[in-house]
Design a protein around this ligand. Structure first.
Ligand code: FUL
Length: 476
């Protein structure tokens, strides 16, 4: 985007194209294309699956007999079908959790699917799930814990070779792998020793074999942890963060930094919100009645995707190797709430206006449901955006989208509501980012006015969507 096109219409009844110069700055970090595509995915599933599924544990000690892993009805296509129905765009599986059990037949361990009785030791969860994802058009990602409570070499330099060997197996045999979820956990191994991880080598291995993979960790480099496991991003959420001096795990940045980012952070590392649909990460039958409801999941969606982060929702398969009916009902219900709530964008029938330096320009760019078109304010103090309704409209939800190609710029923004000459109140916000969803008690309005109060560099909005959603779902 190197120029701004304004379409002026209205009273003069003619169209005029003006191209205004835009300043750009080399300082502000920009996302890569791969990161932008990742931000557009918004919502996808996490699947914690392994011996813990069968032993009712959250952190297996690594001494569980391999035979406990026996998901006789394992059907990853069922997972994918449910994920798709719910609107999820991918699945990330725990290829290896802290117990060290490998869901693929690794030659670097004796604690894997090949030592189990499942499919007579011939099973391979990564193979089948990656295929099912490909077939159904879902992205495939892996969680790998470097902490290994089983491996006899854990706690010695030789374990770093083992871990690199495992990464090589995964990234050579099961790609394309879209996201690598790196847990920074660094507990004690079987002989009580802790490992000194060679993060540099681990990362180089992944970059060499799979340069397109997005790497998640407490410090990115591509995606950061949001600082809690409740699925909640900061109301102020910068996609930028400083990582100098920090490492994943024990040396991670403070949780509030992870939650909100750094306004002047040097690297583009957007946040991902991980949270489980159940109290635990792994399946436990006694939690069947504690699955989050569709409305609770919708609320999490508002606090993650609605604050410019992505939502990674854990749905742990059961002992039969299937997503349990409680979880699937809730997930699909949640998917319907999202698609139903955001189906009817009332802005589509409204009039979009850009008021700039005393001139009113009509613009469709904010209301055309096309994120490629946008409006920018070279001098934000001199302008504002309007969405005007005729006839008046009842609304209780606004979705703003900031155009991020040139970096994240909006620091402070206000939305004022009017009904004719009547002032209907104002909402003040901080960051917008990829998507900002605001809900409020229903108002009848003839217009909303968006004023950017403060920005780092030139701010751009690509969409201002307005909705009337089920009032039971709104955040008061
Ligand atoms: C944590 C782990 O200790 C939990 O078991 C879970 O896998 C969560 C997503 O990450 O670090």
């Amino acid at each position: 985007m190197k120029g701004m096109i304004l379409i002026i219409s209205g009273a003069l009844s003619f169209l005029l194209l003006i191209s205004l110069p835009m300043h750009t700055s080399a300082q502000s970090p920009r996302p890569t294309k791969v990161q932008l595509a990742w931000q557009d995915m918004e919502f996808y599933l996490f699947t914690h699956f392994g011996p813990n599924t069968f032993t009712d544990k959250e952190w297996g000690a690594g001494d569980e007999p391999e035979d406990v892993f026996n998901p006789v009805g394992f059907d990853p296509l069922q997972w994918c079908r449910i994920a798709k129905q719910a609107g999820a765009k991918g699945i990330i599986i725990t290829a290896k959790h802290h117990d060290g059990f490998c869901l693929w037949p690794s030659k670097f361990s004796n604690h894997t699917v090949k030592e189990s009785k499942w499919k007579n030791g011939k099973g391979d969860v990564l193979r089948e799930l990656s295929q099912a994802c490909r077939e159904t058009g879902l992205k495939f990602g892996v969680y790998i814990s470097p902490w290994d409570r089983n491996h006899p070499k854990y706690g010695t330099a030789a374990y770093n070779d083992v871990f690199v060997g495992m990464l090589e197996e995964i990234f050579s045999n099961y790609g394309p792998i879209w996201e690598l979820w790196w847990d920074g956990a660094n507990g004690e191994g079987p002989d009580g020793k802790k490992q000194v991880y060679d993060w540099h080598r681990f990362k180089e291995t992944v970059y060499r074999l799979s340069p397109q993979t997005l790497v998640f960790s407490d410090v990115g480099p591509h995606i950061r942890w949001v600082g809690n496991e409740r699925g909640i991003a900061g109301e102020t959420n910068w996609n930028t963060m400083d990582t100098a001096g920090y490492t994943p795990g024990i040396g991670a940045p403070p949780t509030d930094t992870l939650n909100r980012g750094n306004i002047n952070g040097k690297a583009w590392i957007p946040a991902e919100c991980d949270v489980s649909i159940r109290p635990g990460w792994f399946y436990h039958p006694e939690e069947d009645q504690k699955v989050k409801t569709p409305a609770q999941l919708f609320n999490l969606y508002l606090k993650s995707v609605g604050r410019g982060a992505n939502l990674l929702l854990n749905v742990p398969p059961d002992r039969n190797g299937l997503i349990a009916r409680y979880d699937s009902a809730s997930l699909v219900g949640f998917g319907k709430l999202v698609s139903g709530s955001f189906k009817n964008n009332l802005s589509k029938n409204a009039r979009g206006e850009l008021h700039y330096k005393g001139i009113v320009y009509q613009t469709d760019h904010l209301i055309d449901a096309n994120e490629k078109t946008m409006e920018s304010l070279p001098d934000f103090r001199e302008g504002s955006f309007w969405i005007k309704f005729n006839p008046v409209q009842k609304i209780n939800c606004i979705v703003l989208k900031e155009s991020l190609e040139e970096g994240q710029q909006i620091k402070k923004l206000s939305i004022s509501f009017v009904n004719g000459a009547e002032d209907m109140g104002q909402i003040n916000l901080t960051t917008v980012g990829h998507k900002r969803i605001i809900t409020f008690p229903q108002k009848t309005v003839s217009g909303i006015r968006i004023v950017i109060q403060d920005a780092k560099e030139m701010p751009s909005l690509s969409e201002v969507e307005t909705y009337l959603i089920d009032e039971k779902l709104i955040e008061q």
